[in-house]
Write a protein that binds this ligand. Structure first.
Ligand code: G6P
Ligand code: MG
Length: 220
């Protein structure tokens, strides 16, 4: 293992609740619908515009708005979301992650972020973690969102490590599929039923250690 490719939302910090709060308010105010709780996990790993389109479909309004109107709504959601994540601090880093980053750095493993979020650099800065990573892949630069492999390929390219020499860490089904499609080893965080395509699954981030990742890598 020469590189580790990190998803951000749900792996480094728990932002799913903030995404869901912002999407719910948008759905209520602009579309007059209430999102079911299942949307919180259904939208994990799904890009902003793809999430917006799924919500419009749920509301039965997928043909009502122009592309420009859809973009304006997605922007409104992002403003609500930014307001929430501007309050993040080091205390919001998920358990075990700081330790894991230290262990990986001590073992000279290159670290890259492979998040679908355009807010990833801002979030990492708020958490005080930006300098711990060697690279952050820019989702605006890739053609296809997760489950396509693009963002993981870009994250590996930016640290100059072959994807086959990398372990990817994900909490979303679409993300695990993306890691596998990129040709890297997938470690899932969450339910082993949902993430059954991962090479190894841990129940929570507190279980992520250098040796767990090395073991997962050794399975290939
Ligand atoms: C992550 C989250 C998704 C979110 C996406 C885009 O993958 O899990 O819920 O929609 O990032 O985030 P952004 O911050 O760019 O709107
Ligand atoms: Mg995630």
């Amino acid at each position: 293992m020469q590189g580790v490719l990190f998803d951000l939302d749900g792996v480094i910090t728990d932002t799913a609740k903030f995404h869901f709060k912002a999407w719910s308010r948008l759905a209520q105010e602009k579309l007059a619908v209430t999102l079911p709780a299942s949307f919180e996990s259904d939208l994990k790993g799904i890009s902003r515009i793809d999430s917006m389109n799924r919500i419009l479909k749920f509301a039965g309004l997928e043909t009502k708005y122009s592309a420009e109107e859809v973009n304006t709504m997605a922007q409104f959601k992002n403003e609500l979301y930014l307001n929430e994540i501007s309050k993040l601090t080091q205390k919001d880093i998920l358990p075990g992650i700081e330790n894991l980053l230290d262990q990986l750095a001590a073992n000279k493993i290159k670290l890259s972020v492979a998040s679908a979020s355009k807010n990833a650099p801002f979030i990492l800065e708020k958490l005080g973690l930006k300098d711990q990573f060697d690279a952050i892949a820019d989702p605006a630069k890739v053609a296809h969102g997760k489950p396509a492999p693009d963002i993981f390929l870009e994250a590996a390219r930016k640290i100059a490590v072959e994807p086959s020499q990398c372990v990817g860490i994900e909490d979303a089904k679409a993300g695990v599929e993306a890691i596998k499609a990129a040709g890297a080893i997938a470690v899932g965080v969450g339910s082993s039923t949902d993430l059954n395509e991962a090479d190894t699954v841990v129940a929570n981030t507190g279980e992520l250690t250098y040796s767990i990742l090395e073991q997962a890598f050794g399975k290939k």
